[in-house]
Write a protein that binds this ligand. Structure first.
Ligand SMILES: Cc1cc2nc3c(=O)[nH]c(=O)nc-3n(C[C@H](O)[C@H](O)[C@H](O)COP(=O)(O)OP(=O)(O)OC[C@H]3O[C@@H](n4cnc5c(N)ncnc54)[C@H](O)[C@@H]3O)c2cc1C
Length: 395
């Protein structure tokens, strides 16, 4: 009996978060992909329901990252691409600017941060003394601050909606409620088994992909490991050391508290970063409606549990009162949380993005993205460009 002919797509993107959507948008408008079939497979009922809707919605300037890191490069470039995209497609956003505040004794650390930013190409930061800070942000208590005019906020849902609309206009198919359960490398491309479950009907669907892009966020390691296992068991003469390594993931949960009191700030207010957790510190973020929230904190975790522990309110109050002494702790209400995907690094070095074609390991059609934590939203269009150029070089 002849084997059933399966659907074959030129490009399959696993994950419909902001990164998978940006990659789909980028490829759909690329001359190299005209007429190619592109599908996004997303396990949730809609796009961007995991980390991409659980963040601060800040367009970062590119201040904090190590020189030569992919985060530094893609944040700076991505931020400009994102502001252009927002203007072009009328995505609600605002370049409101941010103040990183130092308490007494922290001024040297603030100067070091300015230096780091300059090395990364962020040359428009301005040191502000206490007197000027009090005029700009009277509710803030600090000895000095670094002003970043390129930092902004964005309506990330509108941005993702727009990426998907634009990609679909160029023929991309978005298949939600579709969970990729297994991936098997074949002589040419990949065989994927999925479960499509819309809540009423649950069915198996198998398909083939010439090119596979793993944008599965917190599940990227799990999917990549699945590919290796299938690959090595199918080719038992393979030297395992030639197969691509999957970087170990460590999870860091970040919770937010909404503030029901009046918002006294006109900029985003950040303390100095929390280097112990490779996080930015509990900051004040303002959304486009003017609502104020504080967060995220940083807590190493094993599992994905998005509940916010109300008992953390006291810790949040203590931390925020260092720069906002008038904060009323009773007005802190548990908000939401997100989980950062960090890569295990030697001696606590900061985690960086990995965007990698697996051609050298014998899988030319596979691109893996690992460790796409903050500033992944800001960098999304630059990440997508990087994926496009990797595909041009390797397939
Ligand atoms: C607390 C926090 C604050 C942040 N703040 C900012 C910020 O202010 N600015 C900024 O630039 N960045 C920020 N980030 C980072 C940013 O949110 C992420 O980098 C970005 O959302 C990652 O997008 P993604 O598409 O890679 O992942 P996700 O949004 O998680 O998307 C991955 C998708 O893959 C799907 N998936 C997984 N496995 C499968 C499977 N087997 N089959 C089908 N689908 C699957 C998931 O359902 C998910 O929708 C923050 C992150 C956190 C955690």
């Amino acid at each position: 009996m002849a084997a059933k002919k399966l659907d074959r797509f030129d490009v399959v993107i696993i994950g419909g978060g902001v990164v998978g959507l940006a990659v789909a948008y980028q490829l759909s408008k690329s001359p190299a992909f005209v007429g190619k079939s592109i599908v996004i497979l997303e396990r949730e009922k809609g796009f961007g329901m995991q980390t991409s809707s659980r963040n601060s919605e800040v367009i970062h300037a590119g201040i904090y990252y190590d020189a030569q890191s992919l985060k530094a490069e893609l944040c700076l470039h991505g931020r400009e691409l994102l502001y252009d995209y927002c203007r072009r497609f009328e995505i609600p956003h605002s370049r409101i600017g941010k103040l990183i505040v130092a308490q007494s004794g922290q001024d040297t650390a603030l100067e070091a941060l300015e230096e780091k930013a300059r090395t990364n190409g962020v040359t428009n930061l301005r040191m502000i003394d206490r007197a000027l800070l009090t005029r700009i942000e009277p509710a803030v208590a600090a000895s000095s601050a670094l002003f970043s005019p390129s930092t902004g906020i964005i309506d990330s849902h509108s941005y993702m909606r727009s990426l998907l609309d634009n990609a679909e206009r160029h023929g991309v198919i978005f298949s939600h409620s579709t969970s990729v359960e297994s991936v098997m490398p074949e002589e040419r491309g990949f065989l994927l088994s999925t479960i499509v479950d819309d809540g009423r009907v649950r069915q198996l669907y198998a398909l083939r992909a010439n090119t596979l892009i793993n944008c599965a966020g917190l599940d990227a390691q799990h999917l990549a490991t699945m590919v290796i296992e299938e690959y090595t068991s199918a080719a038992d003469d393979q030297n395992l050391s030639e197969i691509f390594g999957v970087p170990e993931q460590v999870l860091s949960k970040g919770s937010y508290f909404d503030y029901t009191g009046a918002n006294p700030f006109s900029h985003l207010i950040y303390p100095l970063p929390d280097s112990g957790h490779d996080a930015l510190g509990i900051h004040a973020t303002i959304d486009l409606s003017g609502a104020l929230r504080f967060g995220p904190d940083a807590e190493w975790c094993e599992n994905i549990d998005y509940s916010v522990d109300p008992s953390k309110a006291a810790l949040f109050a203590k931390s925020v009162q260092q720069y906002f002494p008038a904060l009323d702790p009773a007005k802190l209400k548990p908000g939401y949380s997100g989980i950062r995907t960090k890569l295990k690094t030697a001696a606590g070095a900061p985690s960086d993005f990995i965007i990698r074609s697996e051609k050298a390991s014998g899988l030319p059609g596979l691109v893996n993205l690992f460790g796409i934590e903050s500033p992944g939203l800001t960098s999304s269009l630059a990440i997508a460009e990087r994926v496009e150029s990797l595909l041009a070089e390797t397939t």
